[in-house]
Design a protein around this ligand. Structure first.
Ligand SMILES: Cc1cc2nc3c(=O)[nH]c(=O)nc-3n(C[C@H](O)[C@H](O)[C@H](O)COP(=O)(O)O)c2cc1C
Length: 211
């Protein structure tokens, strides 16, 4: 089948106008829970887009680890490419795509580091080998070979004796959203798209846009 013939009808659900009155945070959580219940791996994965100093956009997948009142928490290396982008420009974009339920969520917002204590607490809750992976990788930096990477991992393993501290350059960010758009696929490309623009924690404006 050619790419051009690869088509589907979206029949799974709808987002009626009554959802314009929904609390966008609660709607996000309800959609996420629905998706997680399907049991897909990495169901909390989203594409995070940042801007480099020269204005070039860049995207990569990260995992959502917590929903707070202030926003969405993910963890990474603060000196990674994304960390450097964020240090220069805290405006980011997040994109969730859940094909099995024909939904997309787009989020525009700003990120801030979470507290060191919270990052350490989460770091220590991770499996030991994931802790070691974070410790021994200078995320986004060049390395000569896979062997060199594994040597780094082994050398951290033998040095630390099994007790790993959260690296200074590793931790969480909280993405507080300014705008969130919910997309539900519908028949004949007449999709539902509801947008919420946040004014404060409890105030937002909402509207429907054409698909
Ligand atoms: C399913 C999946 C989940 C990922 N989760 C994370 C994550 O939570 N944090 C992270 O730093 N990188 C995660 N990554 C790796 C990133 O996509 C990316 O390769 C890495 O963070 C380096 O990105 P950067 O060089 O743009 O900073 C994940 C990748 C995939 C495919």
């Amino acid at each position: 089948m050619s790419l051009q013939d690869d088509r589907k009808e979206y029949l799974n659900g709808e987002l009626g106008d009554e959802f314009l009155l929904a609390n966008p945070r609660e709607l996000f959580s309800a959609w996420l829970e629905e998706y997680r219940l399907l049991g897909n791996s990495d169901s909390t994965a989203f594409a995070l887009s940042t801007l480099s100093k020269d204005g070039t956009p860049d995207s990569r997948i990260v995992l959502l680890k917590e929903i707070r009142n202030e926003g969405f928490v993910f963890y990474t290396n603060y000196n990674s490419k994304k960390g450097r982008d964020i240090a220069n420009n805290s405006n980011v974009h997040a994109l969730f795509f859940w094909p099995e339920i024909e939904r997309q969520i787009r989020i525009k917002g700003k990120v801030k580091k979470i507290s060191r204590i919270d990052s350490e607490k989460y770091f220590l809750s991770r499996p030991k080998l994931s802790q070691l992976g974070a410790l021994s990788s200078s995320q986004s930096e060049k390395i000569k070979s896979r062997t060199d990477l594994e040597l780094k991992f082994d050398s951290y393993k033998s040095k630390s004796g099994g007790d790993y501290q959260c690296p200074e350059d590793w931790g969480g960010y909280c993405l507080s959203f300014e705008k969130i758009e919910f997309w539900q696929g519908r028949r004949s490309r007449m999709h539902d798209i509801l947008v919420f623009e946040i004014k404060s924690n409890s105030e937002w404006s909402s509207f429907r846009v054409q698909p």
